[in-house]
Design a binder for this molecule. Structure first.
Ligand code: N01
Length: 535
């Protein structure tokens, strides 16, 4: 596409989105290279290899849909695959489509600068290499920078300590060990039941409980495998168009349309349903009617009380500070039951906060406990974390970190003004829901945009500022209409000093689809396309 570049498209990140982008850009005839900091493909599913890590979207809804052949040949073993199976799948995809030859592992991007004269990006990596690309696509993920709380003494601890989001590839042995887990978000509640089975003693440090409901995982039966194979076109159509990217059917009624007995029966059905269907297929007013939400919360609270033997422990595990859906709810397998084991205890940090980590363990205001191993399940610098630490500089040397000092501004969550030829699918202003579906929409759109530019002889693509302002205004306008509150890390709340801005697309996937259709019918006028002198 140009003689002054090493590649047309440089992709950063070998997660689900980056692999997809590499595939699509190469298929469209661009020269592509992909840089990845880790030693293998997987992104989130490479780094979060902690025991118990698994999908909580159905495996087949999460998988790629760009190849029917791939769909038909890969037989997922479980409705919600565990991390090892996911990593195997992604390696299979990379090998099947011969993508590995364009992937460089162990290469962390340390800087990326836009050159105005040539409209190219110069990217440097931790292995002291430089590469020049026409288009830079950062598929660096929203949950890829682990967050360690600023607890005094963390480095003093003499035992082993790991973050769930940076889990080692060599096995971690919990047997006969005294283990602490700090954090009870989706990662914490997945690892806790596994450690509980193996450790001599497990102490769970919980600051805020979550509304956890059962994942209800199961092996995929032969009949279900046959259905998955027979119905690819219909399944793809549903996943490509559904608002949250799931196969789940929406319910047809509000809570008040049922009597008390029917409501209880329906909640039982929800409790027994798989994963996110408790959000997508629940009463249609679950997030809009406080009374409906309160009834569901009370139902879940009763379940917790019935599962956890000690009343005081059960009470601590029931959220008091937020309603269901105000934070991203985790899905669990045997989590509540773990607290009935004699080797498991719960420390409520809202009553007795952590004072410091010591050489031997963790000290709270209630005293100290000694550990051999501490697991930090304390989350991520969501949304912008990865992009802001890459040393990205756009037009006139503007650092992305300065440009977004008050929070991210984007158009469609794919581009921002002042950073021409730079795209970030699956980054800030992506939608809540089944990530690969929404991120895949963005990858497809970016690829179509690149092809459109090439077909018309353009090599410079930059969003029209008015289009970006309208998109940001739409996001701000709709924040009040979605269910998440500022208690959620979706607002950056969990990272001290981070601006409080909603980091997702509050208009959701339908809004993205509508906007993309409009842009295409309008000949991509939301972007300024031009030709670089002498290219
Ligand atoms: O992180 P989190 P996560 N002292 O931010 C606590 C995806 N995911 O890694 O709530 C003590 O949710 C914090 O407490 P509080 C999914 O999108 C998916 O668990 O801030 N505790 C909280 O309990 C998920 O939402 C799967 O009071 C501290 C925890 O650490 C996202 O990743 C599996 C603390 C952090 O929870 C993030 O989940 C896993 C402190 N100083 C993850 N600081 C699937 O199933 C923080 N905490 C697909």
């Amino acid at each position: 596409m140009g003689s002054n570049v090493d590649v047309d498209v440089l992709v950063v990140g070998a997660g689900i989105t980056g692999i997809h982008q590499l595939y699509r850009a190469r298929e469209a005839g661009f020269s592509v290279q992909l840089l990845e900091a880790g030693d293998g493909p997987g992104g989130t599913w490479f780094w979060n290899r902690y025991p118990g890590a698994r999908f909580d979207s159905e495996s087949y809804s999460y998988a790629y849909l760009f190849s029917k052949e791939l769909w038909e040949e890969w037989e997922w073993q479980e409705h919600f695959a565990g991390q090892p199976e996911i990593e195997r799948y992604l390696n299979h995809v990379v090998d099947k489509f011969d993508l590995r030859r364009d992937m460089r592992f162990g290469a962390r991007v340390t800087s990326a600068s836009y050159d105005e004269a040539t409209a190219t990006w110069k990217v440097r990596t931790s292995d002291s290499k430089a590469i020049t690309a026409r288009f830079l696509v950062a598929a660096t993920g929203i949950l890829s920078v682990p967050f360690f709380p600023d607890v005094p003494g963390r480095d003093d601890f003499r035992g082993e300590q790991h973050h769930t989001g940076l889990w080692p590839s060599t096995p971690v042995d919990f047997a006969d060990k005294r283990v602490a887990v700090v954090g009870t978000g989706s990662s914490g509640v997945q690892i806790i039941p596994v450690i509980a089975q193996e450790a001599a003693a497990l102490t769970v440090y919980q600051r805020t409980p979550n509304w956890c409901t059962p994942l209800n995982n199961a092996p995929i039966t032969d009949d279900q495998q046959a259905w998955l194979r027979a119905d690819f076109a219909a399944i793809k159509e549903t996943l490509d168009t559904s608002p949250a990217g799931f196969l789940h059917q929406m319910h047809d009624r509000k809570a008040a349309e049922d009597d008390e007995r029917q409501r209880h029966q329906f909640f039982e059905k929800m409790w027994a349903s798989p994963g996110f269907s408790k959000l997508t297929s629940n009463y249609t007013d679950l997030f809009f009617d406080a009374d409906t939400n309160a009834q569901w919360c009370e139902f879940v609270a009763d379940k917790v009380r019935s599962l956890v033997h000690e009343t005081a422990v059960a009470d601590k595990l029931i959220p008091k500070d937020h309603r269901f859906g105000e934070k991203r709810p985790p899905f669990v397998t045997g989590y509540y039951e773990s607290f009935n084991q004699p080797n498991v205890s719960l420390v409520d940090l809202s009553e007795t906060p952590i004072v410091r980590v010591t050489e031997a363990g963790i000290e709270t205001t209630a005293g100290s406990r000694e550990f051999d191993l501490i697991v930090w399940a304390t989350g991520f610098d969501f949304g912008t974390g990865a992009l802001l630490r890459m040393g990205i500089q756009g037009r006139d040397g503007l650092a992305l970190a300065d440009h977004w000092a008050d929070g991210p501004t984007t158009f469609l969550g794919v581009q921002t003004e002042g950073f021409p030829n730079f795209f970030f699918p699956g980054g800030p202003h992506a939608a809540a829901g089944n990530n690969p579906r929404y991120n895949g929409d963005q990858v497809d759109f970016i690829t179509d945009l690149l092809v459109h530019a090439r077909d018309h002889g353009y090599d410079l693509i930059e969003v029209d500022p008015a289009a970006e302002q309208a998109w940001v205004a739409m996001i701000e306008r709709n924040v009040a209409r979605q269910s998440f509150t500022e208690k959620s890390y979706y607002f950056g709340t969990n990272v001290p000093g981070k601006p409080r801005r909603f980091l997702l697309n509050s208009g959701g996937r339908p809004k993205l689809h509508k906007e993309i259709a409009k842009i295409k019918s309008n000949d991509y006028k939301a972007f300024r396309l031009s030709t670089v002198q002498g290219s």
